[in-house]
Design a protein around this ligand. Structure first.
Ligand SMILES: *Cc1c(COP(=O)(O)O)cnc(C)c1O
Length: 369
């Protein structure tokens, strides 16, 4: 029965459909023994550049590293302030803090859950160096006003596109609007590797040069180090896998979008379904709705064989490690949404029967409240 075995993300069945192609690409790298910065990496970088219509795409070891390396390339220094959202995965805040810079949060828009562009300017000080908008759940941030503010105040923009590769804002691919774009190939992302992986994009040749040096210990020529670097390369085997999967990325994004439309049909008028901005292509990395009695609902769903997740239960300004001078109540929209948001199974292999079943159980629990 297809309603059995519902998973939050089904990477296994996605793999089985293209198993032959993937397996032979992996074998080819193993046979070649060119594991570090081999042709598979160069090839994949070129194909991502084509896909995104980006000038430079540079592989690295993870989406988290992509963010750190991006800030290193822009010379972010201790004490610099970086404007970002408190309602996201920890990686943005973590990498800002690792560089000794300070995350300055701006609350989110209650409809899109992305950074509220109307609240950015009041947080800019003489120490502000960059804005990191995060395209949460696969929906682009409102980039035009963000770029206007950044230009006016001479700030860099680093797009955290970990959840949004393939998304579009107006006629532009996400990652090609800010100064630098950061992508994650974590297995559950829309373009997922079979391990960790990441990519950094830019339209600027000088920044690209620096990025390429930083990922390789700050050197262009082996054993000559021009700048502070790290060891963060995209693995050749992962690149070969991703190169195959890239061909299917649009198909994957469309499958997720269609699943979201089907969920919406069930939930219309009952829940606040995901708001989609007019000028974007949303790629539904997650499908999230706000519900009553969320934690009990998750238990009920689990009893019915339906997994669900909370992205994210604790906004970053309330995390033990990152309290800085923030306190509860500072970012009320993020705090409210963290209390009642729930993400339902969302992946490329969901069947109509599964979606109908999941939706019926969500609605059944809700009607008992
Ligand atoms: C997944 C994710 C990251 C980190 O990517 P990794 O590849 O897991 O290091 C960063 N930001 C956001 C918003 C993410 O969802």
């Amino acid at each position: 029965m297809s309603i059995k075995n519902i998973q939050m993300v089904d990477t296994k069945n996605q793999y089985l459909k293209i198993k032959n192609e993937i397996d032979s690409a992996v074998s080819e790298v193993i046979e070649s023994t060119q594991f570090i910065q081999g042709p598979a990496v160069k090839n994949f970088e070129k194909n991502v550049e084509k896909y995104l219509k980006a000038k430079h795409a540079i592989g690295c070891a993870s989406g988290t590293d992509a963010l750190q390396i991006a800030m290193m390339a822009l010379d972010i220094k201790p004490g610099d302030e970086i404007i970002t959202t408190p309602f996201t995965f920890v990686a943005t805040t973590e990498t800002i803090a690792l560089l000794g810079a300070v995350p300055v949060y701006v609350d989110i828009d209650p409809d899109t859950y992305n950074i509220d562009v109307n609240k950015i300017e009041s947080k800019i000080t003489s120490k502000t160096k960059a804005i990191i908008p995060v395209h949460l759940y696969g929906q682009p941030c409102d980039m035009d006003p963000i770029m206007d503010i950044a230009r006016k105040h001479r700030l860099f923009v680093i797009e955290d596109a970990a959840q949004a590769m393939g998304a579009r804002y107006n006629d532009k691919m996400i990652c090609t609007i800010g100064d630098i774009g950061c992508i994650s190939f974590y297995p559950s992302k829309n373009l997922g590797a079979f391990g960790d992986g990441g990519m950094i994009t830019t339209e600027n040749d000088d920044i690209a040069d620096k990025l390429r040096m930083i990922i390789a210990h700050g050197s262009k020529r082996k054993y000559y180090h021009e700048t502070l670097g790290v060891n963060s390369r995209l693995d050749s085997i992962q690149a070969a896998i991703l190169n195959i999967k890239l061909k299917y990325l649009d198909e994957y994004c469309n499958a997720r979008y269609n699943a979201a439309v089907k969920y919406n049909k069930h939930f219309e008028g009952i829940f606040k379904t995901p708001y989609i901005m007019k000028n974007v292509k949303h790629i539904f990395h997650q499908y999230s709705i706000r519900v009553k009695n969320r934690d009990k609902m998750m238990e009920f769903l689990k009893e019915n064989g339906i997994p669900s997740m909370i992205y994210y239960p604790v906004p970053l300004h309330m995390q033990e490690a990152y309290k800085y001078h923030y306190k509860q109540g500072d970012y009320p929209v993020s705090e409210e949404i963290a209390k009642d948001i729930i993400s339902l199974p969302m992946h490329t292999e969901l069947t109509d029967e599964q979606i109908d079943f999941i939706a019926s159980k969500v609605i059944e629990f809700n009607s008992l409240q």
